[in-house]
Design a protein around this ligand. Structure first.
Ligand code: ATP
Length: 294
């Protein structure tokens, strides 16, 4: 078993010569056993990255390894829930789980798959095409968890779910991942919900990795300050807003903070929002990759 769940070195993807780069020069390392949030604006490259990890796309340049090997070689040991949750529409819920078992005879955990379906009060005899989007998500997650993956790739898994189902399924997912040491890589736009679940962050913007590392380290590297407008030249300013004489800024401190600033550690949401609003902010890698803080 490797201690690295996913590693990219100079990963780049271009869909056709006339298109721009969907991913470019992406270098990061994700240790095994982490719950990693992949965040970024629409079109940033999150799905493209996850599809590479799942072995559905091949890099134009650079490399991406998962579980210490190529995505193709690791296919049995990982599960991938794509954004559109492709399932066979004519199969019933029960048939779908049976297919999951037949396709994964050595690893299949019927108990967890059946529990996820039962928690949503889904009729096992109903056909997939008759399910709502959220119910289909539940079946897709049941299939993925039933596979007992070492690496679980989830592309916006919660987007279709109502808040209660989202809360309940996130709880199931996190408890299951913790119990089995599963690495989870999950893209999402609902950053506030990731706060209590993820312990690693990959922020992608315009195809590049802008923040990478353990959540606590990334938060600790930033400070949210409020106070009378003053010179911040000694620090890396990610975002700064001044109203009247009051400035609020998210910075990477370059030394001791002088002056009358009130300072706090940002939340994940504050960290992500500031970086989304400031696409020119310098990247920060705290994940042991060769690319150090720039
Ligand atoms: N099959 C494809 N053919 C051509 N271009 C593509 C293809 N898939 C993605 N792209 C382009 O690659 C870029 C990244 O897309 P991607 O779907 O990875 O972004 P995303 O971060 O997942 O976005 P969203 O948050 O909207 O789901 C976009 O510019 C998109 O148009």
């Amino acid at each position: 078993m490797t201690d690295t769940a996913m590693e990219a070195a100079g990963l780049g993807k271009r869909f056709g010569r006339r298109k721009g780069w969907a991913l470019r020069a992406c270098t990061f390392r994700l240790p095994a056993g982490r719950v990693c949030a992949v965040v970024g604006p629409n079109g940033a490259g999150k799905s493209t990255l996850l599809a590479h990890a799942a072995g559905l796309l091949r890099p134009t340049e650079g490399t991406l390894t998962v579980l210490g090997t190529s995505p193709a070689a690791a296919r049995e040991r990982m599960a991938y829930v794509a954004q559109d949750k492709p399932l066979h529409p004519q199969l019933t819920v029960e048939d779908t789980l049976r297919l999951g078992r037949e396709l994964n005879p050595r690893r299949w955990d019927a108990a967890v798959a059946e529990r996820v379906v039962a928690d949503g009060a889904l009729d096992p005899d109903v056909k997939i095409h008759a399910l709502s989007g959220g119910q289909r998500t539940r079946v897709a997650l049941a299939l993925a968890l039933g596979k007992r993956p070492e690496l679980l790739l989830l592309d916006e898994p919660m987007a279709d779910l109502d808040p209660l189902a989202r809360h309940e399924l996130m709880g199931t997912l996190m408890a299951d991942a913790a119990e089995n040491g599963t690495t989870v890589v999950m893209s999402s736009h609902v950053v506030a919900e990731l706060e209590g679940s993820c312990d690693h962050v990959l922020l992608v913007g315009a195809g590049q990795v802008r923040l990478a590392g353990p959540l606590d380290d990334l938060l600790a590297a930033h400070t949210l300050i409020t106070g009378p407008a003053a010179d911040l030249d000694d620090h890396t300013v990610i975002e700064s807003r001044t109203t009247g004489r009051q400035t609020t800024a998210l910075i990477r401190p370059g030394g001791r903070l002088t002056g009358t600033w009130r300072s706090t550690t940002p939340t994940l949401e504050e960290l992500v929002l500031a970086h989304l609003r400031s696409p020119e902010a310098p990247p920060l890698h705290l994940d042991d990759t060769v690319e150090a803080a720039v």
